[in-house]
Design a protein around this ligand. Structure first.
Ligand SMILES: Cc1ncc(COP(=O)(O)O)c(C=O)c1O
Length: 435
């Protein structure tokens, strides 16, 4: 059950409100009436401060792929921290992790580390501008790419403001009008409209930013036809293709780009490549990445950061990635398939309309059966959003942590039995919601 008003979680939240705006540091973690505070994590489970263990399907929003406190990662980190956590000298570990990324992902010849996915996207877009001498970027309506101004545009457009052709809408109050003007918004999986928009803006676009399975658009995949169109037109108009694999790298050993046949100029990684520690990386072809190099004078894109390439994140990332083999990816895929089949079955058992999207080891529940193709079709109607809230709470009460929008990211330490139990918990939750 939700922690009661005399729980430790409630008590901590009362203190939090005195020092943090709204009592939290991270909007995505907010759950009404107060967050459940974590005490510790072990494998696939989190214990809260009131001593309740729950099955963690969120894995810190897809950043843990081996669950909590994985022994190999803890050992790697332990070895580093005892000898100093950061230096104004580089360490060999950043080269080792970069070598691993270059070896695994075909388009990656060079790597520039940073500390988050937000930073990686920001730096990649700046790199594309430096490379092309153009200033505008194109992105998909509703796609989340972190908090950089241009990347945030039209993140949460609504039927009231999204327009016919996607309007550039601000996510943050006070977004400069120039940011909106400089961000072209594309409708996912609408190739004709996208081609028209890209060609009409040719000459000003530095980059087309894509994620083949945007989680904020309900984990719907880009169609092969749409991916093909983006690649062809981006090449024609001389804009760089930037693929955001901050989450999607968990879909394939060789990157989501291999799975979807994408040949990007630049790729952003974060989350799993830091093994539970802050990290980001901009990667790409030798040509696109040349803007970072100081070898021929001041770089076209000077990028730096105090904790960039720090040995703790590098060691945790290396241990994580070394434990992710083609076989573990296959197992994650199988767990994901099992989950999606079981969850759909739960909807059927209860006789409620619903569908499950997602690929690999991630999924999202939708409480309707209309075809899902883009941000607008995935946009939850008020009654669907209300049901998502009820199901999220119901699953928490039964010991399963989903995201508030009822999505999940599985880890290698989860078992088939636990995934089957999750399906049963959903059937019970839906039945209770109908009652
Ligand atoms: C696709 C995508 N890009 C970028 C980001 C931003 O990453 P970070 O939270 O590390 O800044 C996220 C975060 O969830 C993401 O899902």
């Amino acid at each position: 059950m939700w922690p009661s008003e005399d729980s430790h979680s409630a008590e901590i939240f009362a203190r939090a409100k005195q020092v943090l705006p709204g009592g939290i540091s991270r909007l995505l973690t907010w759950v009404d009436p107060y967050p459940i505070y974590a005490k510790r994590g072990a494998g696939a489970y989190i214990e809260d401060v009131d001593g309740v263990w729950r099955f963690d399907l969120l894995n810190n929003f897809a950043s843990l792929i081996h669950g909590h406190a994985h022994p190999a990662i803890i050992a790697a980190v332990g070895e580093v921290v005892a000898n100093g956590t950061c230096f104004a000298f580089p360490t060999e570990r950043e080269i080792e992790l970069a070598e691993l990324l270059c070896a695994r992902v075909a388009s990656v010849d060079r790597v520039r580390f940073c500390n988050s996915g937000t930073e990686a996207v920001m730096i990649a877009l700046k790199a594309a501008r430096a490379h092309t001498g153009r200033h505008r970027i194109a992105k998909i309506e509703g796609a989340y790419h972190g908090m950089y101004d241009h990347a945030e545009v039209s993140l949460d457009s609504t039927p009231e403001n999204w327009g016919n052709a996607p309007a550039s809408t601000p996510h943050t109050h006070g977004t400069p009008p120039a940011v909106l003007d400089d961000t072209l918004v594309l409708p996912m999986n609408h190739p004709e409209e996208t081609e028209r928009l890209l060609r009409a803006n040719a000459g000003t676009l530095a980059a087309v930013l894509i994620d083949p399975v945007p989680t904020q658009i309900g984990m719907i995949e880009m169609t092969p036809e749409y991916i093909e169109l983006i690649q062809t037109v981006a090449r024609d108009i001389g804009a760089l293709i930037v693929i955001d694999e901050v989450i999607a790298f968990r879909l394939d050993y060789h990157g989501a780009q291999a799975r979807y046949g994408i040949k990007p100029d630049l790729t952003t990684f974060a989350k799993i490549i830091g093994g539970g520690f802050p990290v980001g990386a901009v990667c790409g072809t030798k040509d696109a990445m040349a803007v970072f190099s100081h070898e021929h004078g001041h770089p076209l894109n000077p990028s730096s950061g105090t904790f960039t390439g720090n040995p703790v994140s590098m060691a945790a990332g290396l241990a994580t990635m070394k434990n992710l083999t083609p076989e573990t990816y296959q197992r994650l895929e199988a767990l994901g398939t099992q989950a999606r089949v079981g969850l759909l079955d739960a909807f059927k058992q209860v006789g409620r309309p619903g569908q499950i999207t997602g690929v690999g080891a991630m999924f999202q529940l939708h409480f309707h059966e209309r075809p899902l193709i883009d941000y607008r079709s995935a946009y939850a109607r008020p009654e669907e959003a209300a049901l998502a809230k009820t199901v999220h709470r119901g699953m928490l009460d039964r010991g399963f942590i989903l995201s508030p929008r009822c999505s999940a990211f599985l880890s290698t330490v989860m078992t088939e039995t636990e995934i089957a139990d999750m399906g049963e918990a959903l059937a019970e939750t839906l039945a209770a919601a109908v009652a």
